[in-house]
Design a binder for this molecule. Structure first.
Ligand code: ZN
Length: 367
């Protein structure tokens, strides 16, 4: 995520802090200062927020480490003012695994709350229910209550929150994954509207979370529908079969002529049966500026090719491209480059599959 700083690395996962988080600390500090006017109050207020977010990190680690048991890595964990986000490579396709991964986060908060409860009991501190409202209760007591709240709130069935993921996975046990996601996203957006209204009445923070849930549900739903449109499709179906290549001895002038003559913008470079790098359109333009059109292609600083196997499922390729984006992929069949593929080609295939699916829906309704 942009505007984030790495602050720690736990269990091999980088923890990032988003810049807006500092704003939260600032607001908390200011509000304690205006209420109580002492530096001590400001420090304890900020310390409380930091302790709370440490619990949020543990919550996200709960998700990440459970996902790791199913062979799914976490790219990073980012702390935002509204909570934490663990960027898992993907969600488990197996619904039972997804349920376990989703529940692991809130479970961490309940365990923390239990430990804090035991600590308070051992010390003989009064555990009163009106403490949180009164605002004079102890640090540990408030942290315990907030962990219960955090765990409970995340269990609301508002997809893509944890409870919503449990709902989606439970539905997916009985129906198609894409349909289950669609239903869970609808429930999520309905709850987001409810939360948003409550937020406008009582707490603007809640309204902000509602906005995130609304867009999160929409985004995850469209990604899932896209995945289902690609189900079963391989690289072979989306790739361009007709393409030109360049040899390192070719001039930039030839690359310009090929660019203007057709729709191909990026060219694999190398010798027959041995294409090793790629001339991107942007590199060609840069090369023309600095070297002129009589320069050799081989004289430019080219990037090595990224390859995909012709039989690779597009779903998997898209996941791979998320962690490792490439503008153009060279498609290989038995070691030979037989085609080119870019994101636009995949989107084109999705548009076509979508149109066909809609057409057959119309047919079914008519019959
Ligand atoms: Zn969670």
């Amino acid at each position: 995520m942009k505007w984030s700083w790495k602050i720690a690395r736990i269990a091999g996962i980088d923890i990032y802090l988003h810049a807006t988080f500092l704003l939260l600390i600032y607001i908390v500090g200011i509000s304690y200062w205006s209420q109580q006017g002492t530096l001590g109050a400001v420090i304890s207020g900020v310390a409380f927020i930091l302790a709370l977010f440490a619990c949020v990190v543990l919550h996200e680690l709960g998700h990440s480490l459970t996902a790791r048991r199913y062979g799914i890595q976490t790219r990073n964990i980012t702390l935002l003012p509204i909570g934490g986000v663990a960027a898992l490579e993907r969600m488990p396709d197996n619904p039972l695994q997804e349920i376990r991964v989703a529940l692991a986060g809130p479970a961490v908060n309940f365990v923390i709350a239990l430990i804090l409860y035991l600590y308070l009991s051992v010390r003989g501190s009064p555990i009163a229910t009106e403490g949180l409202i009164a605002g004079d209760s102890s640090f540990v007591y408030r942290l315990m209550l907030l962990n219960v709240l955090l765990g409970g709130f995340n269990l609301l069935p508002a997809f893509p929150m944890d409870g919503g993921r449990v709902l989606r996975a439970s539905l997916a046990l009985r129906m198609d994954h894409a349909l289950a996601t669609q239903k869970a996203a609808r429930v999520g957006q309905l709850l987001a509207v409810g939360l948003g209204l409550l937020g406008l009445l009582y707490n603007p923070f809640l309204a902000l979370i509602a906005v995130f849930i609304w867009f999160g549900a929409a985004m995850e739903n469209s990604a899932e529908q896209m995945k289902s449109l690609l189900a079963g499709a391989t690289v072979r179906e989306a790739m361009l079969h007709e393409f030109h290549t360049l040899s390192p001895e070719d001039t930039l002038e030839k690359a310009v002529a090929l660019t203007l003559a057709g729709s191909q913008k990026d060219f694999p470079v190398g010798y027959p049966n041995q294409l090793t790098s790629i001339l991107h359109h942007s590199d060609l333009i840069q090369g023309l500026k600095t070297e002129g059109d009589s320069a050799r292609v081989g004289a430019l600083n080219l990037v090595p090719i990224t390859t995909a196997d012709i039989n690779e499922p597009l779903e998997r390729l898209l996941e791979r491209m998320q962690t490792n984006p490439a503008q153009v992929l060279c498609v290989k069949d038995k070691g030979q480059v037989v085609g080119l593929l870019n994101l636009e080609n995949i989107l084109e295939l999705i548009r076509i599959h979508d149109a066909i699916a809609k057409h057959s829906n119309v047919h079914h309704r008519l019959l």
